[in-house]
Design a protein around this ligand. Structure first.
Ligand SMILES: Cc1cc2nc3c(=O)[nH]c(=O)nc-3n(C[C@H](O)[C@H](O)[C@H](O)COP(=O)(O)OP(=O)(O)OC[C@H]3O[C@@H](n4cnc5c(N)ncnc54)[C@H](O)[C@@H]3O)c2cc1C
Length: 461
C-alpha cells in the first residue's frame, strides 16, 4: 500500500523548539518512504561530499532495512527509474547519486554488533568510519580502515579500503567475512550460499552488483598507542622536490609493517607523514625519522597518544567541499614516476591548490593468500592527485593543471577504484586487472540486465 503526502509538518525538538519540515514523500510500505524534490529529507540526502557536483534524482528511497531495499527496487522497476546506491556519499565523482533516477540511500541501515565469541563485527552499510572506530575501540578491537571519519564503511570496503593500519593488518575488504545483498530482482542473498559474492565484494562490489545490506568482518586487537610525526621541507624547487621524492621512495622501501608513510606535495612544500602503532622510541621509527631528517626535512616533534585519540588527527573535514581528486596510480618504485617527476613537481608548485600525494602500501596488504577481487596487492605505493579551490577563478586555473598531471601519468597501468578517474581510457582493466574476467562473470550472474548500471562493470546485454 502506498500513501502520498505533501505537506509541512511541525516537530518539537528536545530543546522545546518547534521546527517545520517539508514532506513531499510517498510511504511505499511500513519501512520505506520515497522522497521527492522539494522535501527537506530529499535535500539533506541529495548532498555529495564533493560540493563541486550537483544532481537532481527523480526521488530518493530512504531505506532502513533490507526489506525496504527490496521495496525500493520494485518501486524503481514499476516506475522505470535508473538507480544508484548511496551510503556515505564520499564518491569523488558522485557515483552514488544520479539525474532523473532513484537513489537507493542505505545510510539509515545502521546496525552494529560486536560478537566477543568470534571477535566478529557485523555492520549496516550506513555506518561511517568514525562510528566504527569508536564503537570497536570500546571493545579494544579495530577494523583496519581509512582515516576520514565521514567516509561510508560499505563504499570503502567494496572497493578495497586502505589506511594507516593496512600495512600491519591488511585492507578493510580483507577482513570481510560475509555479506548480505539485495539483487536486481529484489532477492535477498547471502554470501554463505554464494562464495563468489564475498570474493567480488572484497574490492570489486561498488555499486554495480546489488545493494549490500549487511557486512560481517573479522577484527584485530586495537593497538594501545598511535604515534605520528610530520617532516617538512619548504620553498622547494622542482628539482629539490624530485630529489626528496626519490629519497622518500628509497627510505620507505624497507619500512616495517606497523609503520605508514605518505609523501604530500602542496605548492613548494613537502610534508612527509610517518605513523606507527608502536612508540616513536622503537628502532624502525627512529631509523625512518633519522633518514627523513638527513634528506633535508625539519620536524616539530612527535605525537604519541592512545590510539582512539591519536587517529582523530586524521579524521578530516566533516562538511562537503569542492574538489577534483583521482587516483594517480599504483607504483613499484620511484622509476615508475621518474620520467615525469620533474613536470609533476613543476605543475604542483605553479598551481597552488594541487596536492600530489603518494602513500605506502605493501606489508600485510601484499598477502597473495588473501582471496578477493582487489587485484593490486603487490604494489607498494599508491598515488593520489588532489585539487581544492576557494573560488571559481582558482578552479579555472586548477582544472587544466590537474589534466596536465593526469596525462603525464598515462603510462601508469593500474588505478584504485575508490579514487575513480572518469577519463581513464580502460577503466575496467585499470581498476580490476586480473580480477576483471571473474568479476564480469559474477556481474552477469547477479545483474544480467544491468539494472545497476555503474561503470566499469557491464553485462553483455
Ligand atoms: C575525504 C575522503 C577521504 C577518503 N579517505 C579514504 C581512505 O583513507 N582510504 C580509502 O581506501 N579510501 C578513501 N576515500 C575513498 C573512499 O573509499 C570512496 O570514496 C568510497 O567509495 C566512499 O564510500 P561512501 O559510502 O562514503 O560513498 P558513496 O558515494 O555513498 O558510495 C561510493 C560507491 O560505493 C557504492 N556503494 C555504497 N554503498 C553501497 C552498498 N551498500 N552496496 C553497494 N554499493 C554501494 C556506491 O554506489 C558508489 O558507487 C576517501 C574519500 C574521501 C572523499
Amino acid at each position: 500500500m502506498s500513501t502520498s503526502f505533501s505537506r509541512r509538518a511541525f516537530i518539537t525538538t528536545a530543546l522545546g523548539t518547534t521546527l517545520s519540515i517539508k514532506l513531499n514523500a510517498k510511504q511505499i510500505d511500513k519501512n520505506l518512504i520515497i522522497y521527492h524534490p522539494d522535501s527537506d529529507v530529499y535535500k539533506r540526502l541529495n548532498v555529495p561530499f564533493n560540493s563541486d557536483l550537483s544532481f537532481t534524482p527523480n526521488s530518493i528511497a530512504a531505506c532502513t532495512d533490507e526489506t525496504s531495499v527490496v521495496s525500493a527496487i520494485s518501486y524503481a522497476r514499476e516506475n522505470k527509474l535508473n538507480v544508484s546506491i548511496k551510503s556515505g556519499g564520499h564518491s569523488f565523482t558522485g557515483a552514488s547519486l544520479n539525474n532523473g533516477g532513484l537513489v537507493i540511500d542505505v545510510s539509515g541501515i545502521r546496525q552494529k554488533f560486536y560478537r566477543p565469541k568470534d571477535q566478529s563485527f557485523t555492520a549496516g552499510p550506513g555506518l561511517k568510519l568514525a562510528e566504527v572506530y569508536s564503537y570497536l575501540f570500546k571493545q579494544n578491537r579495530l577494523l583496519p580502515s581509512g582515516s576520514c571519519g565521514g567516509v561510508g564503511l560499505s563504499g570503502l570496503t567494496l572497493g578495497g579500503g586502505y589506511g594507516l593500519f593496512a600495512r600491519q593488518h591488511g585492507l578493510t575488504c580483507d577482513h570481510l567475512q560475509q555479506v548480505k545483498m539485495v539483487t536486481a530482482k529484489g532477492k535477498i542473498i547471502d554470501s554463505k550460499d554464494n562464495p563468489d559474492l564475498l570474493w567480488a565484494c572484497r574490492g570489486g562490489g561498488n555499486g554495480s552488483l546489488g545493494v549490500i545490506t549487511s557486512l560481517k568482518y573479522s577484527t584485530v586487537k586495537a593497538p594501545e598507542t598511535f604515534t605520528t610525526q610530520k617532516f617538512r621541507a619548504y620553498n622547494l624547487t622542482p628539482k629539490k622536490a624530485v630529489q626528496l621524492m626519490k629519497d622518500w621512495f628509497s627510505i620507505t622501501a624497507g619500512l616495517a609493517n606497523p609503520l605508514f608513510s605518505a609523501f604530500v606535495m602542496n605548492g613548494r612544500q613537502v610534508t612527509i607523514l610517518l605513523t606507527s602503532t608502536y612508540s616513536h622510541r622503537g628502532p624502525a621509527f627512529q631509523s625512518a625519522k633519522n633518514a627523513f631528517l638527513k634528506a633535508g626535512t625539519a620536524t616539530r616533534g612527535v605525537y604519541s597518544k592512545p590510539t582512539h585519540i591519536g587517529i582523530k588527527t586524521y579524521s578530516g573535514r566533516p562538511n562537503p567541499l569542492p574538489f577534483r581528486n583521482m587516483s594517480a596510480g599504483y607504483y613499484n618504485t620511484f622509476q615508475d614516476l621518474q620520467p615525469v617527476a620533474q613536470q609533476i613537481t613543476e605543475t604542483t608548485i605553479n598551481n597552488p591548490g594541487i596536492i600530489f600525494q603518494i602513500n605506502t602500501l605493501g606489508g600485510a596488504i601484499n598477502n597473495p593468500n588473501v582471496s578477493g577481487a582487489y587485484p593490486h596487492r603487490s604494489y607498494p605505493y599508491l598515488g593520489e592527485l588532489q585539487s581544492y579551490w576557494n573560488s571559481p577563478t582558482q578552479k579555472k586555473k586548477l582544472i587544466p593543471a590537474v589534466e596536465k598531471i593526469r596525462l603525464l601519468l598515462k603510462h601508469i597501468p593500474h588505478h584504485y577504484v575508490n579514487y575513480p578517474d572518469p577519463d581513464l581510457e580502460n577503466p575496467a582493466t585499470a581498476y580490476f586487472a586480473q580480477s576483471l574476467t571473474k568479476l564480469q562473470k559474477i556481474k552477469q550472474q547477479l545483474d544480467p540486465d544491468n539494472f545497476f548500471p555503474k561503470p566499469p562493470l557491464k553485462t553483455d546485454s
